[in-house]
Ligand binder design. Structure first.
Ligand SMILES: *Cc1c(COP(=O)(O)O)cnc(C)c1O
Length: 391
């Protein structure tokens, strides 16, 4: 088997249709058939890449094939956003009367999908503390059909023991599917399928695209499950545009070098901030102080480029810190070449005062940092000058 860096550049070679080194952007909504026989074949084959772009596109095929190789899956699908893929995957695996087990900490829209949208269609869920494998075991009911995981997860980079939860699901003989959102780690650092997961999903907006310039999603699984998800996806219609598929493919070519560098810089910054007098606490799976560091070493090959920090002080000091950063952009998202900082409580500040936020358990001094490709020394200097402002 080829190495990840080689796969990123060559795994889609078989799909090349001409001598162009960079793939052409197939900007066509529809594709011609030679005759009735070919038309019938195009219309009936799942994920056909040359029938109608909502059903598939040559660039989707290339992106999905590379990601399936990286994740060790049989097949893959592209979507217009991470949520498009997550929604299609979950909705295609449950029906009225089923039960889902999910985590207390998920990407916010995923939590909404599970706790607010699924009940409208008669699907119930139980939300558990993801750091406790026995909580998953206790939550399983006879009608549980899906366990959805996400690791590492906001806001404290809490981990889920993927292998343990997958073993649990398999030990209960009622056909429970385990899906795992691998966005934060990305396949360079973590491969949930090898740990037993059935479906892996990504917001390709983050590490896979890597340049803060596109919105996309990718899901990988077995051929059979992908066909099932695709069947729901073409009804929901979250189709990735050919241009964004092309940008995603281009971004993915450099995933290996980017992520290894961002892992290394993030580690350096986490260590720097951990001893900084202006910082109360750092949450990064690579630090020995992370409560699940042993699990991180077991299931991750690298610890990623995202960390959470608690600034010494309250809402105002933290807001000042983020506003004083010059290299970190004050913006949501993660995984791109530019470093980003988000003051989590600021998302709620428009609708709640400090006291209401405290009651809702919003950590007033929490900041999420996504480490880009700037030099570690420059990022440390920027963090330091912004912390001097707050101290
Ligand atoms: C961003 C994100 C999503 C949603 O992806 P979009 O591309 O914004 O739809 C889902 N899960 C995780 C972990 C994310 O970070």
């Amino acid at each position: 088997m080829q190495h990840l860096d080689t796969q990123l550049l060559h795994a889609d070679a078989a799909f090349a249709t001409d001598s162009a080194v960079a793939p052409p952007i197939t900007y066509s909504a529809t594709f011609m058939a030679k005759d009735a026989e070919e038309f019938a074949e195009m219309a009936s084959q799942p994920q056909h890449s040359r029938y109608y772009t909502r059903y598939g596109n040559p660039l989707h095929e290339r992106v999905a094939h590379i990601l399936a190789q990286l994740e060790g899956a049989e097949s893959g699908l592209c979507f217009a956003s991470g949520m498009g893929g997550i929604a299609a995957s979950i909705l295609s695996h449950v029906k009225a009367g089923d039960h889902v087990v999910a985590q207390a900490n998920h990407y916010m829209a995923t939590s909404k999908l599970i706790s607010e949208l699924l009940p409208q269609f008669g699907v119930e869920s139980t939300i558990v503390d993801q750091t406790d494998v026995s909580a998953f075991a206790r939550a399983v009911r006879p009608n549980t059909r899906l366990i959805h995981l996400e690791t590492p997860a906001n806001p404290t980079m809490a981990l889920t023991d993927i292998a343990a939860v997958c073993a649990l699901a398999k030990s209960i003989d009622q056909g429970i599917t385990v899906s795992c959102d691998n966005t934060f780690a990305c396949p360079v650092n973590q491969q949930p399928i090898a740990l037993g997961a059935d479906i892996v999903m990504h917001s390709a907006t983050k590490w896979l695209g890597g340049h803060h310039d596109l919105t996309a999603g990718v899901v990988v699984s077995s051929k059979e499950r992908c066909a099932q998800i695709w069947n729901t996806a073409i009804t929901l219609g979250a189709t990735l545009s050919p241009m964004d598929a092309w940008l995603l493919l281009r971004g993915m070519r450099t995933l290996g070098v980017r992520v290894r560098q961002q892992n290394a810089t993030a580690m350096q910054i986490a260590q720097y901030l951990e001893q900084h007098p202006g910082i109360e606490k750092v949450f990064y799976p690579g630090l020995t102080s992370h409560p699940q560091h042993a699990l991180a070493k077991q299931q991750m090959r690298g610890f990623g480029g995202v960390m959470a920090v608690w600034v010494k002080g309250g809402y105002t000091q933290t807001a000042n810190f983020v506003a004083s950063l010059k290299l970190f952009a004050n913006a949501v998202s993660l995984g791109g070449v530019e470093s980003l900082a988000v003051h989590a409580a600021a998302m709620w500040a428009g609708t709640m005062n400090d006291e209401q936020m405290r009651q809702a358990n919003v950590q007033l001094n929490a900041v999420r940092l996504s480490i880009g490709l700037e030099a570690a020394e420059d990022l440390c200097a920027d963090l330091d000058q912004a912390l001097v402002v707050t101290c």
